[in-house]
Structure formats: structure tokens, C-alpha cells
Design a protein. Structure first.
Ligand SMILES: Cc1cc2nc3c(=O)[nH]c(=O)nc-3n(C[C@H](O)[C@H](O)[C@H](O)COP(=O)(O)OP(=O)(O)OC[C@H]3O[C@@H](n4cnc5c(N)ncnc54)[C@H](O)[C@@H]3O)c2cc1C
Length: 649
């Protein structure tokens, strides 16, 4: 094995035996010792809240942090469409193996087999857990739980609560969390932002966090730290993520020695409301669930597309025979339910070829006319009413009467902190869960699988694996936060904040962030080339220089200061943007969401190079002025044969 390649150990046995084998042989912590062990969980989204509640229930002493004023306002609340599980309630051929296989294939064979199988295996327990909590999943007329379909699958395995699945799941996790807060096993720190992880003798031993209400920097010790801070899609400035979503904790951990894995694997979602102007700060998702019943099309004739763009023709005036249902045409087996990366590129291809709609030419239609004819308006309203309402409020058009306009936008990041089978990063005692880890989705995440992964990690995986680590920590006493490692970290953060405050330049944080976003979208976005990625690296270096010499932050550091919060996050997005471009440049193949124009099949599909790139890219920080080092975790496929993804037949 070449020296920068490494393998991790996963439990022995056939796929269905691995997780059980692990649990049967792992170390546990007895109840009396649990009380003596502190665990910090950063984040209260579905991953963080479920982990904190479960660890509290087990008897550990948990400190749980979040930026928002309530755990319930974590970005997870925005999740719309649903959560996958292999229950096979529809009796349509689903199984744990099929969910595992779809996920691995959907991710273009760039994920770890053992992890993905475990995810599929515990998916069913998530539904039981959430139903027990009272999550109001949609039910069929007879009272049984209903399912719908999501991209990349030919079965209906997605559980949902109208278009508010994330909100309902988060309320469930929040109620479990609140119970522990009440019992005293979890202490909540809302409006706190982690600014560094503290590492002592190679082990994570705490964090430094800023109290966002008064700007005070505070130190917290724990025997283990869990990062559940979500994804870094906002590096693109415009994204479907919540405004406060950020990648800072990942950069902090990376700079302390944790590997950053597959940073270039970012997901572009095909069904977002198109950008409508330069002053926009947020994009809105139209859930993938809409592709169950909505049909995607553009005009067949260029002159029709031109007339629509000029405002001379309405989509409803175009007869069926002049509509190009390009997904159904290109991918007959999966039709409108191809995975997101495939649907996004197909939309871009049509728009690039001159068939796009909206006044910009950067949109395609998602049409419910056919579903309304087939099912009636009431059924469509019942299934998607709140999404239609949201669309109408933003676009001022009634989607029951005229097709929605949609366009791809950045949505989810498959990359993140590298973790082993136990969800432990390359720093001992530092764990990462949910969207913050590089996760089980490979190069492309299938719809409704993020909620599944976040809750699998938080309710069912971490509560076991962390004990295997903590069992060796029972003799470690609580440490003082006056230790030099805490004080040094604090000093460094303070110096960074003072530096930012003292620049007093001419640019707002947002204007620089927007500039970064343009570079990311145009050069590191849906299609990348060697040339665009090299240019991006240069541009990002310039943006970094501009940021550190010309940003203006009003107000004071020791006070509530939203601009300072944004500046600290932007400093890290710049680092992440650079890593994304570097990783994309290294990966000379196309797979999932990473599409290098140079590597495609004759009919424009992603062309993998398994011989050279069947690995997880793990970037190791080597200091401010030294290039990061690339280590490669080999991906061995023992149980599944890697194939060219096919959604056509
Ligand atoms: C519009 C939209 C719809 C979606 N719909 C679906 C869907 O239907 N199905 C699906 O499976 N997935 C969906 N997703 C993806 C899914 O919602 C996310 O991947 C998932 O919710 C992430 O959960 P998380 O717990 O990892 O992180 P988040 O929910 O992002 O939570 C992050 C937490 O970390 C905290 N935090 C962050 N940084 C810090 C810091 N430095 N210090 C302290 N706290 C910090 C935040 O306050 C927050 O509490 C959707 C995503 C979007 C954007």
C-alpha cells in the first residue's frame, strides 16, 4: 500500500452481522461511572438533539450548545420532504439490503459499505422511536403510516409529515432533550457559538465558546466532544441552508488535527426557487417530494422558450406535444425521480442549450397540472399544500394554476469531518455526527437520507460507540479550564477577534461573502474543470487577502455583534472554499455531485475512475503557510460490485 493510503478497521462478519458484532464486544460504562463523565455536544439539530437526549438518558453529564435562542430553531427544522426507512410497509420490494444498495449506488460508490449497511439497518428503529415520541407522520385512510417516493429509489420508503418533516422530527427530539434538561442530565447553552476545540495530549477535552449575547469568551471541559453543527453549503453565499448554518467548527477541528474529508462533494438540489436578484441573501427549496407528482419540462421549441423569456407566451399555452419532459425522456426507468445530481445537471443542460424559462433563461417547469387532473386539487393540496403556499408567497404565482419554476441550487454537503466506524474523528475523543461528518452518502446524498443519517447517528450509533471510548476515561478527573491548552486557545481566539475588529476597512462581510459565493458557484459549482478550479484557488486567495485587510465590522467585540459573528464564519468559509477547490482539482473523475467536465460519458453522465479514485480524500492541516496533506482512506467493496450508475433501464 502506498504511504498516503490507509484502511480503517470495521467489525468482522457478513454485512448484517457487523453492527451486532460491534455492539456485542464493545466496552460499556457502568451507570455510576456515567455520572462522572462529561460530554459536550455542539449542535441541537436532529443529530445534536437526538445525541444529547440519548446520552443524557443513558446517564452521562451532557453540555449541549447551539447558536439559536432555542434548540428548536436549528436548521433541521427546515427539512421538508421526509425520512427514509426500510420498513417495506408498502410491500413493494423494499428491504434493508435495498436501502443500503440504493444509498451506496446513489452516492456513486464513494461511501464505506459497513457504515451504509448500519445506516439502513437502524433506519427502521428511527421510525419506531419517532412514532413513540408522537411525531405525526402522515397516515393512510386506514391509519397506517403512509410513504412516498424519493429520488434514486424504485420503492416508496419515505415517511413524511406533509412538507414539515424536519420540524416534526425536531419537535420529537426536542421533547426528549427537554426531558433530560428537566432531569438535570443535559445543560443547555443557547446563543453560544463554539470558536475552538481544546486538545490536551492528543485528546479533545473541551471547547471555547462565545456567549453571543454579551461577547464573552468562555471555557468548557468535557471527557469527549461531539460535533453536530450541520453542513457548510453557505460557503456559496446563496443556498437553501439556514442563514446561521456554517462550517466553522469543522475548520477549527481541522486546524487542530482532524481530517477534513471529501470537501468537494457538495449537493446541488434541482428544485429550488430560481435566484431573482443581486440583493437576495437566501434561496428557498421546493421539496424533492414534489417530484412524486410534479412533471418537469421545458419547451421543445426554442422559439417557445424565447417567447416565454420575453413575456409573450405563458407555459399554460404550450400544448403537451410541444413540451419536453426531458427526465422522462432521458431516464425512462426513474423519470422525474432520478437522483438530485442527475436531475440538476439535466436542467442545466437544457438551460445551456437555450430552452430555459423565466426572464433569465435559468429555470425549468415543475408542473402539477397532470397530478391535479389525476388526483384532484384536494389531494395535491393535502400532500403539498404548505409548499405551494410558500411558493406563491415568494414568486406571486399560483402553482395550482401555472407550473412552478425551479432551478438547481446548493443544498447539502456530503463532505465534512472524517470519522471512522465509531464516528470518531482523527482526534481521539472528538466525534462528529449528522451533516457535519463526511457521512455515509458518498458523492451524492439521496433525498430523505440526511434526516435518517442524523437521527441514526444521534439516537442509535453514537450512544454506543462513544462508550467504547469513554470506558477508558473513567479514571480521568474533570480538568481545570485554567490549563495552558485552554488559555492558549482562548488567547488565540481573542487575538483573531481583535484583529478582525481593528481592520476597519471598507467592505461589509456580506459583500465579500457574496463575492466568494460567485466564485464558488461559477468555478466550483455544478460543473468544474481543471481550469476553473485552478482559477478558483487563485480567486479565493485574493478574497482571503481582501477579507483580512478590508472588512469592516461595526460595534464592539464584547457585546452582541451579528456582523462579528458573520465575519468569523466567513473567515472559515474562505478556508473551506479553498479546500473544496483543491479537493475537486485532485479528483480527476466525475462522481455524484462532483462533476468534472473533462470526465463524462458520451451521453453526458458522470465518468468515475475506480482504479485511481476509489478512496475518501482526507485533508490534513499542516499550518497556515503550508499546503494541506492528502491522505486517502481506501474504499474496498467486498459485498457490492461497483457499476456505472444507470437510471435509464
Ligand atoms: C430546505 C431544506 C430541506 C431539507 N429537507 C430534507 C428532507 O426532507 N429530508 C432529509 O433527509 N434531509 C433534508 N434536508 C437536509 C437536512 O435537513 C439536514 O442535512 C439536517 O437537518 C442536518 O441536521 P444536523 O443536525 O446535522 O445539523 P443542523 O440541523 O444544521 O443543526 C446544526 C446545529 O449546530 C449548531 N451550531 C452550528 N455551529 C455552531 C457553533 N459553532 N457553535 C454552537 N452551535 C453551533 C446550530 O445552532 C444547530 O443547533 C433539507 C435541507 C434543507 C436546507
Amino acid at each position: 500500500m502506498q504511504d498516503n493510503f490507509f484502511k480503517i478497521s470495521v467489525p468482522q462478519g457478513a454485512l448484517p452481522e457487523k453492527w451486532s458484532n460491534y455492539k456485542n464486544h464493545q466496552k460499556l460504562v457502568n451507570p455510576a461511572n456515567k455520572r462522572r463523565l462529561d460530554v459536550i455536544v455542539v449542535g441541537t439539530g436532529l443529530a445534536g438533539a437526538s445525541a444529547a437526549a440519548s446520552l443524557g438518558e443513558l446517564g452521562f453529564n451532557v453540555l449541549n450548545f447551539c447558536i439559536q435562542d432555542s434548540p428548536r430553531r436549528a436548521h433541521s427544522i427546515a427539512a421538508q420532504g421526509g425520512i427514509n426507512a426500510a420498513k417495506n410497509y408498502q410491500n413493494d420490494g423494499d428491504s434493508v439490503y435495498r436501502l443500503f444498495y440504493d444509498t451506496l449506488k446513489g452516492g456513486d460508490y464513494r461511501a464505506r459499505e459497513a457504515n451504509v449497511y448500519r445506516l439502513a439497518e437502524v433506519s427502521n428503529s428511527i421510525i419506531d422511536q419517532c412514532v413513540a415520541q408522537g411525531v405525526p407522520f402522515a397516515r393512510e385512510y386506514g391509519g397506517l403510516l403512509d410513504n412516498r417516493s424519493f429520488g434514486g429509489a424504485q420503492v416508496s420508503r419515505t415517511f413524511y409529515a406533509k412538507g414539515q418533516t424536519g420540524q416534526q422530527l425536531l419537535l420529537g427530539a426536542y421533547s426528549a432533550l427537554s426531558r433530560q434538561v428537566n432531569l438535570g442530565s443535559v445543560k443547555l447553552f443557547t446563543r453560544y457559538e463554539m470558536l475552538d476545540v481544546v486538545v490536551i495530549d492528543g485528546r479533545a477535552r473541551g471547547i471555547i465558546a462565545r456567549n453571543l449575547r454579551n461577547g464573552k469568551l468562555e471555557r468548557f471541559f468535557a471527557h469527549a466532544v461531539v460535533i453536530a453543527t450541520g453542513g457548510y453549503g453557505n460557503a456559496f453565499f446563496l443556498s437553501t441552508n439556514a442563514m446561521a448554518s456554517n462550517g466553522s467548527s469543522m475548520v477549527q477541528c481541522y486546524k487542530k488535527g482532524a481530517y477534513f474529508a471529501n470537501p468537494c462533494f457538495a449537493q446541488i438540489h434541482p428544485t429550488c426557487i430560481p435566484v431573482h436578484g443581486e440583493f437576495q441573501s437566501k434561496l428557498t427549496l421546493m421539496s424533492e417530494s414534489l417530484r412524486n407528482d410534479g412533471r418537469i419540462w421545458v419547451p421543445k421549441k426554442k422559439e417557445d422558450a424565447e417567447a416565454i423569456r420575453a413575456g409573450k407566451l405563458k407555459p399554460t399555452q404550450i400544448p403537451d406535444e410541444d413540451r419536453d419532459f426531458y427526465l422522462e425522456r432521458r431516464y425512462p426507468a426513474f423519470g422525474n425521480l432520478v437522483p438530485r445530481d442527475v436531475a440538476s445537471r439535466a436542467a442545466k443542460e437544457r438551460c445551456d442549450a437555450g430552452f430555459g424559462v423565466n426572464n433569465t433563461g435559468l429555470a425549468v417547469y415543475l408542473d402539477f397540472k397532470y397530478a391535479i387532473e389525476r388526483l384532484g386539487k384536494e389531494v395535491v393540496e393535502e400532500r403539498y399544500g404548505n409548499l405551494f403556499q410558500m411558493y406563491e408567497k415568494i414568486v406571486d404565482e399560483n402553482p395550482y394554476e401555472t407550473p412552478m419554476m425551479i432551478f438547481p441550487a446548493i443544498h447539502y454537503t456530503m463532505g465534512g469531518l472524517w470519522v471512522d466506524y465509531e464516528l470518531q474523528t482523527s482526534i481521539k475523543g472528538l466525534f462528529a455526527i449528522g451533516e457535519a461528518n463526511f457521512s455515509d452518502h458518498g458523492a451524492n446524498r439521496l433525498g430523505a437520507s440526511a434526516l435518517m443519517q442524523g437521527l441514526a447517528d444521534g439516537y442509535f450509533v453514537l450512544p454506543y460507540t462513544i462508550q467504547n471510548y469513554l470506558a477508558d476515561q473513567i479514571q480521568v478527573p474533570r480538568m481545570s479550564t485554567d490549563l495552558p491548552e485552554f488559555l492558549d486557545a482562548l488567547k488565540e481566539i481573542d487575538a483573531k477577534i481583535q484583529k478582525l475588529m481593528s481592520i476597519k476597512g471598507k467592505r461589509s462581510v456580506d459583500s465579500i461573502h457574496k463575492e466568494l459565493g460567485h466564485v464558488m458557484w461559477e468555478m466550483v459549482g455544478m460543473e468544474r474543470t481543471e481550469q476553473s478550479l485552478k482559477a478558483a484557488l487563485e480567486r479565493i486567495k485574493e478574497i482571503k487577502k481582501e477579507f483580512w485587510s478590508n472588512v469592516y465590522i461595526p460595534g464592539k467585540a464584547d457585546d452582541l455583534n451579528v456582523e462579528l459573528e458573520k465575519a468569523l464564519r466567513l473567515a472559515d468559509f474562505i478556508e473551506i472554499g479553498y479546500l473544496m477547490a483543491l479537493d475537486g482539482l485532485n479528483r480527476e473523475e466525475s462522481c455524484g455531485g462532483h462533476f468534472r467536465e473533462e470526465y463524462q460519458t458520451e451521453d453526458g453522465e458522470a465518468l468515475r475512475d475506480d482504479d485511481k479514485f476509489s478512496y475518501v480524500s482526507c485533508w490534513k492541516y499542516n499550518g497556515e503557510d503550508t499546503a494541506p496533506e492528502l491522505l486517502k482512506e481506501t474504499l474496498d467493496y467486498e459485498f457490492v460490485k461497483c457499476q456505472q450508475r444507470n437510471y435509464k433501464s
